[in-house]
Ligand binder design. Sequence first.
Ligand code: HEC
Length: 273
Amino acid sequence: MIRIIAFLGGLGFVAALLVGALMPREAVEEAVTEKFFKEHKHVSFTTDGPLGKFDHAQLQRGFQVYKEVCSACHSLRLVSFGDLTGIGYTPGQVKTIATEWTQEQPSINPDTGEAATRKNLASDKFPSPFANDVAARAANNNAVPPDLSLMAKAREGGAAYIYSLLTGFQEPPADLPKDSRPGPGLHYNPYFPNLNLSMAPPLVNDGQITYGEGAPKPTVDQMAKDVSAFLIWTAEPKLEARHRAGIATIIFLLIFAGLCWGSYQAIWANKEH
Ligand code: HEC
């Protein structure tokens, strides 16, 4: 009897697996995403390769894009205002940027004990514009805008993915199945893995931002590139030092290999092989 029950149980298990494996719906969905999803665009940054360096002028433009556009929704909670001296701002400029920043730091009113906000200090991290995730969701079609500090490391393709996402918003193709069409509050973007996201295109017009003198024209493409470069820096501010250390290590190893070879020759010089 027990054997029969065990057999029937096993049979039920196999049947469930078969149904799971052959479920048509998921298969269709996957095929749709695969067909319409696009690999990130190929774009080069000055930090590419082992000799790559930051371009401070570009990072400052990227910061300007973050400040004027992205910071309305995204925090940079691993980066402090003071860190901006790393891209060429003076401590005085940093102080002005911090005190004039629109989103303030959460704090407590010392007299009443109630929640309050205070101006930013150079030592503060870039704050989130939303009090908490609930408020963030409420303002963004139920999606929380993620912190951008490490975004260039967190996604496959890194900065090139961010650039592609920012320049990739478009009308959904006519042959996109109904299920995969953007619902209310969603925006079609084939570089986003599930094709639709809750972020409206943040960079839409050439000249949306005014760059300083001598800067390239602020086209959507240029702004997207600059802010992506800035996010490479936020994710890895010590990239240049790492590259330098790598080159120094390789030079050391080459010299060391030469010395080893020399001493090998010297030691075996008079020996019969
Ligand atoms: C009006 C609010 C808003 C603004 C402005 C905004 N974003 Fe977003 N962003 C969002 C929301 C909401 C999401 C989450 C989307 C989702 O998961 O559907 C998001 C997601 C992202 C993602 C993550 C995509 C992923 O792979 O998960 C990146 C990268 C991003 N935004 C970059 C930027 C940059 C760079 C800017 C400035 C040029 C910017 N955003 C401006 C709301 C905004």
